[in-house]
Design a protein around this ligand. Structure first.
Ligand code: GLA
Length: 672
């Protein structure tokens, strides 16, 4: 019995008080409210159902979770102490996970374990909680990729003053609500205002337009070599000479006519606005097939998303043959005699698939690794970069995601038996700059030699400050952070890590915080995104403010009205596709609220009031100079597509009510 308990018992024995100290074990609470990267929260067992074991020591009791993870507990001031032994579970032996355990009381950080690796002995977390109302147990990513971050809060318990249990909870509104107005019947042209192409490359630009069909399209000022299809609005052809061409696009239907200016820049740079499309990974992971890809492309058209500018249909890992999978559909000869890659039996022939997607008015992308194996253990490009780049072009691909993974093998001279492990090693060792750049440069050069434009998306999770050299290897985008999961902590941590690379974003070079986790996602294990509706609004608003590539990661055949509302708001998308290509940064922090500001080509600013806290934030905002606003402005609510007020920054205040884990996204339009 400790001292406090002793005193309490003594006091109650002599009748002075009826309060008694008590232990409440964490595993006695409802842990299903926890959100975590993969799998389900476990009580008194490891994530894989084994005895909880940290560095050889076993524990009978505890809460096991998968980074990144969050569990909120309502203590109402009734707990005095929290203790636990934390660490990575031994069941992930053979890999190199890393995670950070953290404790927050009423939004303030109370304790952090610092980065823990596999094999580190359990660390004691012992924290006084007196007065804490809301406690949050967080496991954050420790920076090694997060596939194997099995995290244990072992022997976790509270000392309380009388409470017998605590409620776990999720405070964020859970009912989906729709803000995006339906598109009107009159034509509205939504495709980007600027488009880059290289001389001699096949040209493909769709005048993405909402409004009633039938619709006819035309264009004034199209340069020689390009034509527009009046029925579909597709512009095709070839430009032979570099130059900038100002074109007027026209869309007409029975209800009206829309016009929009398009600047075509024929030169060196492509992807002048962030790529928008779909990628198979967050939804199908290793279960992808040509059939699923075709169906995703069909759904892109049928859902109307194509009319809002969504373009790419990207195949991620698992179109190649696998090294040692038991799944026979992934087994077969890896390459032909000349070294050209052979797709697996789920795909067979890539050219007809690319034609199919192009005929729908879309573009198509795929995936490889600079190492011998991809992250999933399929055939990588190492030593065959030339043949692979030629294959992509010959098949008609428009986009390549090139993912580091087993390249760690090459630099560490390890046996190439585990791509995840070697990628981790290269993280902790930190690849020397030349080594980090080299494999991306090789593929970048081969891609440039092809007779078509292939958007080059680097994926190496932000190592060696990729944003500083990505452009020099021909990269159009680069991942800045680790893999996203559909959890609040993941989205929040990724979002808050973007400012450092913001200065490098510009037309043709985009920082990539990873794909969207909206709709039905699940990496082969489909479920509705665990992000609450407010969190989803915040997620897409931030990715638009960041000028991030927008790659939908969900099952396109299961798009619900709420998800469609998130993906079809043309004014929100316009922020992402703004031709100036600036990335928003956080210009002010007020408590848990961060204010992200993006400069736009028209001289105006898009501002996201982002509430990362667990309580609604209400305030009268007047710090306009901090976010670069001075003068008279119309305030436009972009999600609602409505002007909501006019403000004079010297005298007015703006009333803000930002939902917990939510956002208000305004455009401030100057009234000079
Ligand atoms: C890595 C990438 C993911 C996905 C997988 C495929 O983890 O970061 O986006 O491409 O590999 O194996």
């Amino acid at each position: 019995m400790n001292f406090i308990m002793g005193v309490l018992v003594l006091l109650s024995l002599i009748g002075i008080t009826t309060i008694s100290a008590q232990t409440v074990w964490l595993d006695e609470l409802d842990l299903s409210a926890a959100t975590q990267g993969y799998g389900v929260p476990m009580k008194n067992k490891s994530l894989d159902g084994n005895t909880i074991t940290i560095a050889g020591k076993t524990f009978e009791r505890g809460f096991s979770t998968h980074a990144v993870s969050s569990l909120l507990i309502l203590l109402e001031g009734k707990a005095s102490l929290f203790t636990a032994r934390v660490g990575i579970d031994d069941e992930v032996a053979g890999h190199d996970p890393a995670a950070v355990f953290e404790l927050y009381g009423d939004g303030k950080k109370l304790w952090s374990s610092d980065i823990m690796h596999l094999g580190d002995s359990a660390r004691l977390c012992k924290v006084q909680l007196d007065g804490v109302q809301k406690l949050e147990l967080v496991v954050a990513d420790g920076g090694n990729g997060n596939y194997y971050d099995h995290a244990d809060w072992a022997d976790a318990r509270f000392e309380t003053t009388g409470a017998t249990t605590f409620k776990t909870y999720n405070p964020i509104a859970s009912e989906p609500y729709i803000l995006t107005p339906l598109p009107s019947a009159e034509p509205r042209i939504n495709s980007a205002k600027v488009f880059g192409v290289r001389p001699g490359s096949p040209f493909q630009y769709l005048v993405a337009t909402t409004g009633d069909r039938p619709m006819t399209f035309s264009a004034k000022g199209l340069p020689k070599g390009l034509t527009i299809d009046p029925q579909s609005g597709m512009i095709t052809g070839k430009l032979l000479n570099a130059g900038t061409y100002e074109v007027t696009l026209i869309a007409e239907n029975a209800k009206g006519k829309a016009e929009k200016k398009l600047r075509i820049i024929c030169g060196d740079r492509i992807a002048l606005t962030p790529p928008m499309g779909w990628n198979s990974w967050n939804c199908f992971a290793g279960e992808v097939s040509a059939d699923k890809v075709k169906r995703a492309a069909d759904a892109m058209v049928k859902s109307g998303l194509i009319n809002h500018g969504w373009t790419y249909i990207n195949i991620d890992d698992f179109w190649e043959n696998h090294r040692d999978s038991k799944d026979q559909s992934l087994r077969g000869k890896l390459r032909d005699e000349a070294g050209y890659i052979i797709p697996n039996s789920r795909f067979v022939d890539m050219k007809p698939l690319a034609d199919y997607v192009h005929n729908l008015g879309l573009k198509i992308g795929l995936y490889s690794s600079p190492g011998p194996w991809t992250c999933g253990g399929c055939t990588g490009s190492y030593g065959y970069e030339k043949q692979d780049a030629e294959s992509y072009a010959k098949w008609g691909f428009d986009y390549l995601k090139y993912d580091w993974c087993s390249y760690g093998n090459v630099i560490n001279g390890l046996p190439d038996n585990d791509p995840y492990k070697v990628s981790s090693l290269s993280y902790s060792g930190g690849a020397a700059l030349n080594t980090a750049i080299k494999p991306f440069k090789i593929m970048g050069e081969y891609l440039r030699q092809q007779p078509r434009d292939i958007v080059y998306s680097l994926c190496q999770y932000g190592m060696s400050d990729v944003w500083k050299w990505g452009d020099s290897v021909g990269g159009n985008s680069w991942r800045t952070t680790n893999d996203i999961t559909d959890t609040w902590v993941s989205v929040k941590n990724i979002a808050l890590a973007q400012d450092k690379s913001a200065a490098w974003a510009r037309p043709g070079n985009w920082n990539d915080p990873d794909m969207l986790v909206l709709g039905t996602v699940g990496w082969g294990n489909p479920h509705k995104s665990k992000l609450k509706p407010d969190e989803q609004y915040l997620h897409i608003s931030l990715w638009c403010l960041f000028s991030a590539p927008l790659l939908i990661g969900c099952d396109m055949e299961k798009l619900d009205d709420f998800t469609l509302n998130l993906l079809t708001n043309d004014e929100v998308i316009e922020v992402n596709q703004d031709p100036l290509g600036k990335q928003a940064t956080c210009l002010q922090t007020i408590g848990e609220m961060r204010i992200f500001v993006k400069e736009l080509e028209d001289g105006n600013r898009a501002v996201g009031f982002c509430n990362f806290g667990i309580d609604v934030t209400e305030l009268q905002y007047s710090d306009f100079e901090k976010i670069g606003l001075n003068g008279k402005f119309t305030v436009r609510d972009l999600w609602r597509q409505q002007d909501i007020s006019t403000i004079e920054t010297n005298s007015d205040k703006l009333k803000l009510k930002v939902p917990a884990h939510g956002v208000i996204l305004y455009k401030f339009i100057s009234l000079k």
